[in-house]
Design a protein around this ligand. Structure first.
Ligand SMILES: *Cc1c(COP(=O)(O)O)cnc(C)c1O
Length: 370
């Protein structure tokens, strides 16, 4: 069986380093914030040439806290792509603001930059581009629009650690960016974790307070915050993993390019499109199945020992939770069409060449015979 994600393989490849650092944390008994967390925040900020990094309990918390710190709330609108993980939108709703969905670009599957302007009103406060599957969104266009209408740009970089747009890493194009360290992300903890990157001092200070009960000094509370801290154990693990991230990222790219070569575009499948001026980091390798029953193909792959996934099966405007917005089927034609075609193939740095060949070969055979 080829698993869709296989976290065991990675652990075994760095076991001695991880085991040592876990022991170090236990021996130090520094479990919350403290030196391991500070070390990680420093390294992650430096990696992005950013001034501040604040670790938090998850990518969802990161998005939530950025919007909260920006005072986005009741009466405000925030523009989001209609194909993303639900967390992007939850951050908007949890703050009391209204999400405004925009269809995706046909080639990149990211928010359609030329569509965004149609949805801007006087209530719009921010745009959240998601660097979906690991490919940076069209930042130049979005930056232009954000400037023109005086909107905040908040990057959802939860799937895009180390991705680059025109030579610059994602995470510093807007006022702030959210990262997730969910175990299966390109940089994954062994539990929950997330981080915010920003160059804005006031925003960083505010988020730091929000994450820790609204206080700068223990037991003195200035604003209403909460507990959004990441465990120091996770920070220590991430310190180890961060050293391997570049190598792992290159491996993901190699695997994606190998898949591209083996599958190549045909009348029955479309391989991912990578913009010429970006570095896609392939958190997911998503193809589209054309003119065939995607779910049947998926079932056949499974029967031949290949696990796949769908990101995401139902566009957000059609989810039960967002029915109250009154949006209808047909409103976002590209996302709706693609939701029925997309298929995510296994991709992780430890995936072996012969496994990739096996997957491609089986898929091609199944496509041909169905
Ligand atoms: C994973 C993810 C999140 C949320 O991160 P968690 O750490 O799971 O809370 C947000 N947005 C996108 C696009 C994601 O893929």
């Amino acid at each position: 069986m080829i698993k869709f994600v296989d976290l065991q393989r990675q652990y075994h490849s760095i076991k001695s380093e991880i085991d040592k650092v876990v022991k170090d944390v236990l021996e130090s008994s520094s479990f919350v914030l403290g030196p391991f967390t500070e070390e990680f925040e420093k390294s992650f900020a430096k990696l992005h040439n950013a001034k501040y990094c604040i670790t938090v309990s998850s990518g969802t918390s990161a998005l939530y806290l950025i919007l909260k710190a920006l005072k986005i709330g009741r009466g405000d609108k925030v523009i989001v792509p209609v194909n993303t993980f639900i967390a992007t939108v939850e951050a908007v709703s949890l703050n009391g603001a209204k999400p405004v969905f925009v269809d995706i670009d046909e080639k990149t599957y990211n928010i359609g930059p030329e569509l965004v302007e149609n949805y801007i009103t006087t209530k719009t406060k921010a745009i959240i581009p998601v660097h979906l599957y690991g490919q940076p969104a069209e930042m130049d266009n979005l930056i232009k629009i954000a400037k023109k209408y005086n909107l905040y740009l908040v990057e959802d970089a939860c799937q895009a650690h180390m991705a680059q747009y025109k030579g610059k890493k994602v995470g510093t194009f807007g006022i702030a960016a959210a990262f997730s360290f969910y175990p299966s992300k390109n940089l994954g903890a062994y539990g929950e974790g997330g981080a915010i990157i920003t160059n804005n001092y006031e925003l960083a200070e505010k988020i730091r307070m929000l994450r820790d009960h609204g206080s700068k000094q223990k037991y003195y509370h200035e604003i209403i915050g909460g507990n959004f801290r990441m465990s120091a154990l996770q920070a220590a693990i991430l310190n180890v993993k961060l050293k391997h991230l570049e190598k792992w990222t290159e491996k993901r790219r190699e695997i994606a390019h190998f898949y591209n070569l083996l599958l190549s575009r045909s009348s029955s499948n479309v391989t991912p499109y990578e913009l010429s001026y970006v570095k896609h980091v392939y958190h997911l390798y998503v193809i589209r199945i054309l003119n065939k029953d995607r779910d049947k193909i998926r079932q056949k792959l499974y029967e031949r020992g290949i696990e796949t996934a769908i990101h995401y099966p139902l566009p957000l405007h059609l989810q039960k939770v967002y029915r109250f917005l009154g949006l209808k089927e047909g409103q976002f034609p590209i996302a709706e069409k693609y939701a029925k075609q997309i298929l995510s193939l296994p991709i992780y740095p430890e995936l072996k060449e012969k496994e990739i060949e096996f997957i491609a070969e089986k898929l091609k055979k199944i496509l041909k015979n169905s």
